[in-house]
Design a protein around this ligand. Structure first.
Ligand SMILES: Cc1cc2nc3c(=O)[nH]c(=O)nc-3n(C[C@H](O)[C@H](O)[C@H](O)COP(=O)(O)OP(=O)(O)OC[C@H]3O[C@@H](n4cnc5c(N)ncnc54)[C@H](O)[C@@H]3O)c2cc1C
Length: 423
């Protein structure tokens, strides 16, 4: 008889784990449980007029090796397109480039001496080998010491606030240093980034196809409500029925895991993210990624997706406007209200007329990412619950930054441990 494996969550970590197990062994009967009506988790997409567009902007980096190896194996690596992701800065309602030496000279936020200090501080961050050692120091403390107080106040505080809201002073220097290191594959025009032709849905689709072909089951709209153990077998209670499993891989956020399981792991705060996706008749500005320094806007991130490409592959322009949220889960009414505020703020900032917006979509997740606060390293959940056949992979264990690549690596790693039957 086959051993039953239950994977909770159909994000990229759950799918990668399922594929790894099923392709290597026929000893398992595997089911993925997903609460959403679609597969892919944070890397999921919506279909806009025949084009798959991620609900959240996603690109990848040159050293995301595990991802490209997986895409190669699935026969879709040739879909990857490398482009230069240009960066702009919205300051006092005006857009400034943030890429070339010329851009830097004309950049108004910091003065000439501060610009030199920024250059030196970036090099210093890139040289840090053991960024983990900065886990107990806040990003604010580190930046003020190494980059200087004025640079923190003028340059970083607004950007970190845009990403972490009221948690801004709790974020660790480990996260900050690693982020600088990860984002340093730059030439004189910008940063080298990857995005696949057809969108990331091609990766999700290929994994679904393989998992199903190899006998795995994917149950969408089946939220797991409880895990229990009876006579060495786990009972998995979903909204619809009850299942049994010998092995469990959980890829869900820590607060949810602690609610549904008798085994507790360290709790951490999570941020929500509301993403408004607009299709437009025209280009809004020329940069792919726009840092927002102005605090009076209703959104804190703007990504003009179609500026990633030399030639726009879509019949419209696409802009993401996002806002990180705190606290209670937003209701449908909250989401609608915020969507309207975000669109109004965007129209006002960029002088966009109603008829220039073709469609708009709002997408929200309460668990978009952990707050990487100081001391997070000690709170990372274990890869496996001691003495149990329950593994934890994906977002909860990604540190100091979440990524597609890291979730894939973790999915594969726990799959291999299950096949080795480690207890
Ligand atoms: C705004 C934003 C931008 C990002 N940009 C990038 C980027 O450019 N590059 C990059 O590499 N990464 C990026 N990421 C990070 C990347 O999306 C994640 O690291 C990765 O997708 C996480 O995959 P996962 O499978 O570990 O987790 P998830 O995608 O969170 O999957 C977990 C799944 O579990 C499901 N679930 C939860 N509770 C239950 C339950 N009780 N029962 C059943 N199912 C449940 C969820 O619905 C979800 O589908 C971004 C993330 C966000 C939010």
């Amino acid at each position: 008889m086959k051993d039953k494996v239950a994977i909770i969550g159909s994000g990229i970590s759950g799918l990668s784990a399922a594929y790894e197990i099923l392709k290597k062994s026929d000893k398992y009967k595997l089911t993925i449980f997903e609460r959403n009506p679609y597969v892919g988790g944070l890397l999921g997409s919506i279909n806009i007029d025949g084009h798959y567009i991620e609900v959240y902007y996603h690109h990848t980096f040159p050293d995301d090796d595990q991802l490209y190896i997986l895409m190669d194996e699935l026969g879709i690596r040739d879909k990857i397109r490398w482009e230069t992701g240009s960066v702009g800065f919205l300051y006092n309602k005006k857009v400034y480039g943030f890429n070339t030496a010329g851009d830097m000279l004309g950049f108004p936020v910091i003065n000439f001496f501060e610009k030199i200090r920024v250059g030196i501080s970036v090099l210093a961050a890139k040289k840090v080998k053991s960024w983990e050692e900065y886990d107990d120091i806040s990003a604010k403390e580190y930046i003020e010491k190494v980059w200087g107080k004025s640079i923190y106040k003028k340059l970083w505080a607004p950007l970190l606030k845009a990403k972490f809201g009221p948690n801004v002073e709790r974020v660790s220097a480990s996260w900050f240093i690693r982020r600088i290191q990860l984002r340093s594959h730059r030439d004189t025009k910008g940063e080298k980034l990857a995005y696949p032709e057809g969108g990331w849905q091609i990766l999700i689709d290929r994994l679904i196809e393989e998992v199903k072909k190899l006998g795995g089951k994917i149950k969408i709209q089946e939220k797991v409500k409880k895990i229990e153990k009876k006579e060495n077998i786990y009972q998995i209670k979903t909204e619809k029925r009850e299942y049994e499993a010998k092995y469990i891989i959980s890829t869900i956020p820590q607060p949810i895991f602690n609610q549904i399981s008798p085994y507790k792991i360290p709790d951490v705060s999570y941020q929500g993210c509301l993403s408004v996706i607009l299709t437009l008749t025209k280009r809004v500005q020329k940069y792919y990624w726009l840092n927002i320094s102005d605090e009076d806007l209703a959104f804190s991130v703007m990504v003009e997706h179609t500026n990633f490409f030399k030639e726009n592959p879509y019949p419209f322009h696409i802009v993401y406007l996002a806002l990180y949220t705190e606290g209670e889960e937003l209701t449908k009414e909250d989401i609608e209200k915020k969507r309207e505020e975000i669109i109004a703020s965007f129209k006002n900032t960029f002088n966009i007329r109603d008829e220039e917006i073709i469609k708009s979509f709002a997408y929200y997740s309460r668990y978009a990412g952990p707050v990487y606060e100081t001391g997070y390293k000690r709170k990372i959940p274990p890869k496996k619950i001691v003495g149990e056949y329950i593994w934890i992979a994906g977002l909860p264990r990604s540190y100091p930054e979440r990524s597609i690549n890291d979730s894939i690596s973790q999915g594969i790693e726990v799959a291999q441990e299950i096949m080795e039957d480690i207890i």
